[in-house]
Ligand binder design. Sequence first.
Ligand code: FAD
Length: 418
Amino acid sequence: MSDIKHPATVAIVGAGLVGCLNAIYFAQRGWNVVLYEHRKDMRLPEEKINQRGRSINLAVSERGLSALRKVDMGLEEIVLGAAVPMRARMVHLGKDTQTSQAYSVHGEHINAVDRGRLNELLLNVVGDLPNVRLGFEHHLLHANLENGTMEFSVGPEKIKVFKTADLVIGTDGAYSKTRSQMMRSMRMQYSQEYIDTAYCELSMPPAKDEQGNDTYALDPNHLHIWPRHTFMLIALPNLASTFFFLFFFFLDHSFTCTLFMPFEMFESINTSEKLLEFFQENFPDSIPLIGTKRLVEDYFANQKGSLINIKTSPHNFKDKALILGDAAHAMVPFYGQGMNCGFQDVEVLHEILDKHNVLPSKHENGKIDDLEAALDEYSRVHVKDTHAICDLALYNHYEMQSAVTSVRYLARKKLEGI
Ligand code: FAD
């Protein structure tokens, strides 16, 4: 092997939450990083206007925060500055019956953050790094991963462009093109499972306090759940923010609610009368907080998303390609761990690259010393954890919809002192 070394390049496909964090980690290791993203830059004013009113918020937990902390660029503080702490869940059992269940006796909590805002914050950090190039409106079509060649369709004209990299990392989500290209070259185990439940986002606007100022309609330091066994409503608080208020209308003392229910129930509730009757019967306390007009508008306008569990193994193709985040392990959202687990992938990967002392340089023949051993180890140690968390997410579907209301569950919580 020649001794002459050249800088190594990693192509990261997908500038969502996990792709951005991974780009930051690789840039810090000194690699040349190119981050390709199918969408336009979400920070452009016209893109912000497109997102107006579409607020999806996520719970960030210690698993994800740990990965942000390791970067040592103040990322954890930046993210927590945009988040609302949720210290307990509030179970809405009946019209006037609620019970608060703390997440921990030690004060540990999860944090609600707007997904778009979080992505923007990470993109801002990525955009300031000198060794990262961003390629928006680049849609991966095909890849020959053996030689690191990728074909993209670029811009509205859909011009075909070929790019190369020493390592290709797919963070392109549950329907990952990188994954499908890897599967052409290797024996990857793959399984997917759709559940019968769909979800629909509804917004709960701010209420007014006695002085007429905006305030939260519910206690903002709780994750609110209306469990009804085969379906449920949840609500997460949005930060009472100021400066991006104009573009993100719902980020001001509002809650984002998500209605989870079987597809057939969504199909059968097909008139405003049926919808209001259904809410009156099952979530009566939420109606005045959401407002009947907004409830009807959101329910009929917003998409009914499907929920999928995906497991893959291994996650790497030699030292040529790797998948992280939803591309490797999409999970149903009931454990609130999809993104957190994707962030953890990045943390674990870079710990292993450190352990193998993988340097940001390649030999003349393109080989990067010890990279294959490191990526093989990543799959060997981490894949089983991602499978376990996919299973836990499915189990928590039952826990959130049903078990939290059981007498045994409530008694156990009482014994635990929380
Ligand atoms: P994505 O966010 O899907 O990003 C993929 C990126 O790749 C996108 O920007 C996309 O445009 C781009 N892309 C796709 N295809 C291509 C291509 N061919 N070429 C170029 N770019 C491409 N997780 C939590 O941790 N906590 C929660 O509370 C939580 N709640 C959730 C609630 C709901 C209702 C849902 C549906 C999910 C929830 N999740 C939660 C899961 C979380 O949203 C995902 O796990 C997370 O967004 C995955 O991030 P990612 O970067 O891997 O993929």
